[in-house]
Design a binder for this molecule. Structure first.
Ligand SMILES: NC(=O)c1ccc[n+]([C@@H]2O[C@H](COP(=O)([O-])OP(=O)(O)OC[C@H]3O[C@@H](n4cnc5c(N)ncnc54)[C@H](O)[C@@H]3O)[C@@H](O)[C@H]2O)c1
Ligand SMILES: [Zn+2]
Ligand SMILES: [Zn+2]
Length: 390
């Protein structure tokens, strides 16, 4: 089968690799109809995570079951399924509590796993013609319709991006009436803003520097904030004051919920071209109101092969804990718990209440992957979300 493989820093290739096959009775093999490229792939593409050459990339698949192992009961060949990024068994103690990103049975000697990701278990990636899905009864989310129909792009975003955006709003406790600031207007940040609006947030600000991404935030009903123009924290406070704060609430001119959808490769605002892994958490510490909440879904890598000057190879950061303490801000991190959210969000899509495909800007075949990775990484050609259709 053809697959997108990591070759080396800023290099991927489309190669022939052995077909995905059934390895255990609980497996299925899925023929991929769509497989998206994610900001998480860029951490590997940029040579930061120690991915080994030959790794098949990709963790955002939608497709049709082609073969099912003898123990699989919930799906059969011909069923259209979306496959969540984070592999889980469905029955261990963490899965039973809905905390499937910490599944105890999918990674020998560890917890949690994902397709096509360095250090996240033995599962090959999904930017390929075929994918082996373990624990298929748990990991195949059935969806109606046919490959290539008008929901294809909405459904593929259920594999990771929409679910992660929603998870961010859960970590940051976004509820009706909330004021929200999302740092990062990639797909994940945009869909965190979109999820906030679905939940009835009163005001949603989205901070970034890439014009097309800021425009997209505005199209969705959020307020774009370009951090190249001025300190984004002051810009948001000024916009909130201009909108009219209630009397006696001057100390609440920040936001109740802050979301970090950038992660350890965040740009240093004062030094264009440089990274500062503590930039976004530091800005959010200043911006979140007393008693507010911070949700961090941008990745912070435990092993960074080329740390920025402000960073450490083992992921240690200097962040203003005292500010969080004095404000009484909750800070929550982590990977999304697909088992908890995917079906709920699928039904929002199927009912027509959610159209996450609004963020998809590019499509290609597997052969287009090298060019799409390059453009996505360099933030050119307006790439926000690219979907490969093998
Ligand atoms: N927790 C999870 O389960 C999970 C799942 C998927 C993705 N992620 C992570 O979420 C993050 C975002 O993913 P994506 O696909 O949207 O990535 P992306 O690379 O498309 O977007 C990142 C955005 O952050 C912006 N940015 C950089 N520095 C900034 C700063 N200082 N302030 C504000 N914005 C800044 C960039 O301009 C870019 O638009 C990545 O770290 C990814 O690995 C986590
Ligand atoms: Zn992803
Ligand atoms: Zn489990």
């Amino acid at each position: 089968m053809k697959a997108v493989v990591f070759v080396g820093t800023r290099s991927v290739a489309v190669e022939d690799v052995p077909d995905a096959v059934l390895e255990k009775p609980e497996d299925v093999v899925v023929r991929i109809s769509s497989s998206a490229i994610c900001g998480t792939d860029l951490h590997m593409y940029d040579g930061r995570t120690g991915a080994t050459p030959g790794l098949v990339l990709g963790h955002e698949p939608l497709g049709v079951v082609e073969q099912a192992g003898s123990a699989v009961e919930m799906v059969k060949p011909g069923d259209r399924v979306v496959i969540p990024t984070h592999v889980y068994c469905g029955v261990c103690v963490n899965c039973a509590r809905g905390l499937s990103a910490a599944c105890l049975r999918v990674r020998p000697g560890g917890f949690g796993a994902a397709y096509g990701y360095a250090g996240m278990g033995p599962y090959r990636g999904a930017q390929a013609e075929l994918l082996r899905v373990p624990f298929a009864d748990a990991n195949c989310i059935p969806v109606p319709g046919e490959p290539g129909d008008d929901r294809e792009d909405d459904l593929v975003l259920l594999a990771d991006a929409f679910v992660t955006g929603w998870h961010a709003t859960e970590l940051a406790q976004v509820a009706a009436g909330a004021t929200v600031a999302v740092f990062g207007a990639g797909t994940v940040g945009l869909l965190a803003a979109y999820s906030s609006l679905l939940k009835g947030a009163a005001e949603v600000y989205v901070v970034d520097e890439v014009p097309e991404r800021l425009d997209k935030a505005g199209e969705m009903g959020a307020v774009p904030v370009d951090y190249r123009l001025a300190d984004p924290v002051e810009q948001i406070r000024e916009l909130r004051r201009a909108g009219g704060l209630a009397p006696g609430e001057a100390a609440m001119s920040g936001v109740q919920a802050g979301i970090d959808a950038v992660g350890f490769q965040s740009h240093d605002r004062l030094e264009p071209g440089a990274e500062n892994p503590a930039q976004v958490i530091g800005d959010l510490a200043r911006l979140v109101n007393p008693t507010g909440h911070l949700g961090i879904i941008g990745v912070y890598a435990e092993k960074d092969r080329h740390p920025a000057p402000e960073g450490h190879a083992d992921g240690r950061l200097t962040v203003p804990w005292a500010t969080f303490f004095s404000k009484g801000v909750s800070v929550r991190f982590g990977r999304t718990h697909d088992r908890r959210y995917t079906v709920l969000l699928r039904d929002l899509v199927l009912s027509g209440r959610a159209r996450p495909s609004v963020v998809v800007t590019h499509h290609g075949r597997l052969d287009d992957a090298p060019g799409l990775f390059r453009a996505f990484d360099q933030r050119v050609d307006g790439v926000i979300k690219a979907v490969l259709r093998p």
